[in-house]
Design a protein around this ligand. Sequence first.
Ligand code: FAD
Length: 305
Amino acid sequence: PYDVLVVGGGPAGASAAIYAARKGIRTGIVAERFGGQVSDTVGIENFISVKYTEGPKLVAHLEEHVKEYDVDVMNTQKVVAVRKIDSGLSEVELANGAVLSSKSVILATGARWREMNVPGEEQYRNKGVAYCPHCDGPLFKGKKVAVIGGGNSGIEAAIDLAGIVAHVTVLEFADTLRADAVLVKKAQSMSNITIIKQAMTTEVLGDGTRVTGLQYKDRATDEMHVVELAGIFVQIGLVPNTEFLKETVGLTQRGEIVIDGHGQTNLPGIFAAGDCTNVAYKQIIISMGAGATAALGAFDYLIRN
Ligand code: FAD
């Protein structure tokens, strides 16, 4: 068996694998797609100590760093089940039927942004359609943008963006905002934020290269409206890739894996890190730190058991 088997090859998984391998223990990493969300990212300006990089370049560096160590990398392999067996070992089952066993497991399967699923969204992704205000906000300096979603993340995004961009239009589907009252009050007090409720976004508009606006339907009147803008931040939720773990480890209502300060789940020997967990913020640098924590937690577990 492996000593540490990491599931997921994003920043959290790569970091966990490197930290584990550096302890001289038998380490493997299974990933559906090595690189994770970073593979879909263009400019990265908040990976501290690197002023600017791009997703594919960072993924290449991650891969190079992992390969410096004796790590079994099993890329393009999907894990369909994880279970603890009587011997105390864990079994990790792959979609191709293979079953790997390990003394400890680190789950680092990440998350995906919930999409609007409207025409134009896919075409203009990274060309005006964005999901991470911390990451992409500065790209829209002085321009008009929209935030889709009036929950906490949407209203926080609007407040954050209002300090950078010219104007923010918030579109909320329901007739009330779900965000905390204190955030709503703050947003309402800012002169360059407009909040529109009962608005169903129906299409992302563009000129073939970049976003130029969006179309929405007023659900109260059924009237269609067009807003001209340069960017659209979709803030309708982050979905953790944990569907296959429902029967295995403790999850929050939102499906995030619950971990303690050592990155351990409710099952001894099964750890988790990064966007798939209930960590407060989801970022590359945070995921890498969490991967390191989980690997050190797993090592601690191994020397005690
Ligand atoms: P992920 O990167 O999601 O990696 C998950 C890994 O698990 C992948 O390898 C995936 O294939 C694998 N996996 C999932 N399910 C399975 C399974 N069943 N079996 C096997 N493998 C599986 N953050 C920043 O800090 N700065 C930025 O500029 C930035 N820009 C972003 C731009 C975009 C468009 C997006 C989508 C995100 C951005 N983020 C940014 C957020 C950042 O990418 C994430 O916080 C980070 O990638 C999370 O790392 P992770 O390792 O936890 O998960």
